[in-house]
Design a protein around this ligand. Sequence first.
Ligand code: MTE
Ligand code: MO
Length: 252
Amino acid sequence: MTIVTRRALVGFGAAGAGLLLSGCDQLANQPGFRKILFSGDKINRGLQRALSDRATLAPEFRADQMSPNFRVNGTRNPNTPDYNVHVASRFADWRVQIGGLVDRPLSLSIPDLGAMPQRAQITRHDCVEGWSAIGKWQGPMLGTVLQAAGVRTSARYIVFTCADLYNGAPYYESIDMVDAFHPQTILAWAMNDQRLSVGHGAPVRLRVERQLGYKHAKYVAKVDAVASLDGIGRGQGGYWEDAIGYDWYAGI
Ligand SMILES: Nc1nc2c(c(=O)[nH]1)N[C@H]1C(S)=C(S)[C@@H](COP(=O)(O)O)O[C@H]1N2
Ligand SMILES: [Mo]
């Protein structure tokens, strides 16, 4: 117990310190505990680093660093009859359904998303195909939305189902709860201070700034909290993960 200084113990009072010491001593004297304690020291430091790394912010940029041309990639226009009706009405009837393992399923319009506390960020998008672009994104934090829906403690992943189809199945993506509650993870309805264009995912897309481009689901129609990714698509957590084995965890 050499690491516990007298000064640190003052706050506990004599009885508390005694309890602490005797409790620790008892445990620390058991050979099994000592082994776990000392081997675990390294592991815990690694785990700590991994967890704090995942909480750090992606770099943000100045307005004058924004790309004059932000490439459109993947689906350029879902172009389904249903989506085209929404384009014609400028997405007035679009609703993002927040469901799955939540206490209060929500059905949010774009004005609803705009009325929530907003975050704006100028970030760099990195696509695995070898291009990057810097743009400004705005929307509520996904964490705020999930909290409003009363996401349950049993939820382990958030799944985003999109309006565009690949071979008849919707594009989809998923992230874990660390990324879901990361402050730069937002449901963006504005890009570069304008409503999202069809090319970039109108009327709402995910921005998950610590991850590669394919995780940033465009045309988001459904957000579901789930306990497992089994049975969703082919179970690998996303369209490209299923189709060609892209890593589910695309943290950068
Ligand atoms: N719904 C949907 N989301 C998607 C895609 C897509 O084809 N459909 N492509 C992904 C890929 S690979 C990238 S790089 C980005 C491209 O976003 P952008 O068109 O705004 O550049 O969206 C991602 N999200
Ligand atoms: Mo991409």
